[in-house]
Design a protein around this ligand. Structure first.
Ligand code: 9Z3
Length: 378
């Protein structure tokens, strides 16, 4: 790791205090990791959901992002189906594996049920699907293969990631980091955060508790006249620390989110070159449920797309943009989704994570085998 990255990391973690439940989380994670390591199982840490950036210590206001945690929660299920034990580090109240099928919907989970002879039963039309989900969930619980941890703020996320990553070291190459959480690039450092709620009324400008100390730095979020001014600082690039320091033997999969199609592959490639990890999965905000691009040293650039007739529904997605970031498809004048349309119309919807995860499993097997050969001196 470069000295600069190391310094930035140690500055961050000495100045930003750890979350209160970090000790509980690491105790749970240590036990979970050791058990699965002893059983020779592969373990994946899936991060999921957004991160908040609090503006006040007693937080009333914060900056947030769009992520609901669909990618992470869905991927966790497919990792479990593919034989992995999963540590699911998610933003509190974002989607969870299995229960995601019945939460955060326009319909309430109560709409799936009815009363029959004084008992609650699931509606006939939902029986089959709910039984399938319930059986998978019960098996995962019985076999203790899913550990659920949560965070809220960017700092809580980073502390948990660092500590869990270090605990995963004994897994060697059998560990994967699957970084699907939408992590804020900017934040308010502790020493520039005001204690109390920022006042909006000019008659009640910031109170004595915040204004008294003449050595204090200018608050990152403050009122100037009638405006709220926020100047955030960059979050150190933790991916460098993860790859070089916290988890040097693990497979690392990061995600790159863009909105401009012309930037996506370039930025994913840039990230792979910069951090020299194993895989960057690029996705566009408006097509992320239907296509992603894998950028890796093993396979170069590779698009994964759900055929047109099998796409899941999305209120915010824009089908016409599928293929827009794929230069080779555009040059060939081909909408990759359109080409499969006739064949697959009428088939059930396919979640893109059900394709992503087995691909990763295969790459992981290759990396484990390489590590085994290296260790054996072959
Ligand atoms: C992603 O790109 C995820 O796929 C999404 C999933 C956040 C788009 P949803 O939760 O959305 O299913 O609604 N995650 C990573 C985004 C990110 O913050 N990446 C960073 C970067 O691009 C750091 S690895 O620099």
């Amino acid at each position: 790791m470069t000295d600069d990255a190391q310094q930035a990391e140690s500055y961050y973690f000495t100045h930003e205090p750890p979350p209160k439940d970090l000790g509980t989380n690491t105790t749970l994670a240590r036990e979970f990791i050791h058990r699965h390591a002893d059983e020779g199982r592969r373990v994946v840490l899936v991060t999921s959901g957004g991160t908040t950036v609090p503006l006040e210590t007693q937080t009333v206001r914060y900056i947030d992002n769009f992520s609901a945690g669909t990618r992470g929660a869905t991927s966790a299920e497919y990792f479990l189906q593919n034989g992995y034990a999963v540590i699911f580090l998610h933003r509190q109240f974002s989607l969870l594996p299995y229960s995601r099928h019945y939460s955060h919907n326009t319909r309430s989970f109560l709409d799936y049920m009815k009363e029959e002879d004084g008992r609650v039963v699931v509606d006939e039309q939902h029986q089959e699907e709910m039984l399938r989900v319930l059986r998978q969930y019960a098996e995962v619980k019985r076999e203790n293969k899913l550990l659920i941890l949560s965070y809220v703020t960017i700092t809580e996320y980073l502390w948990n990631l660092r500590e869990v990553a270090k605990l995963m070291r004994p897994l060697g190459p059998k560990a994967i980091f699957y970084l699907a959480a939408a992590v804020s690039d900017f934040f308010v450092p502790q020493d520039r955060m005001v204690e109390h709620k920022i006042q909006s009324n000019e008659e009640f400008l910031q109170g004595a508790a915040d204004a008294g100390n003449s050595n204090a730095k200018t608050p990152a979020a403050r009122t100037e006249g009638r405006s709220l001014v926020i100047d955030l600082e960059p979050v150190p690039k933790f991916l460098q620390s993860l790859v070089d320091g916290w988890a040097p033997e693990a497979m690392i999969v990061s995600f790159k989110l863009e909105t401009d199609p012309s930037m996506l592959v370039k930025k994913a490639q840039y990230s792979l070159n910069k951090y020299s990890h194993h895989l960057v999965i690029g996705n566009l905000l408006l097509t992320r449920k239907w296509e992603v691009v894998f950028v890796s040293a093993l396979d170069g650039e590779k698009w994964i797309r759900v055929p047109h007739g099998r796409r899941t529904k999305s209120f915010t997605g824009v089908p016409a943009l599928v293929g827009s970031a794929d230069l080779s498809a555009r040059q060939d004048g081909l909408d990759a989704g359109e080409s499969e349309k006739r064949v697959l119309q009428g088939e059930p919807a396919l979640e893109i994570e059900s394709v992503i995860v087995p691909e990763i499993r295969e790459m992981h097997s290759i990396l484990i085998e390489k590590a085994r050969k290296r260790a054996g001196g072959q």
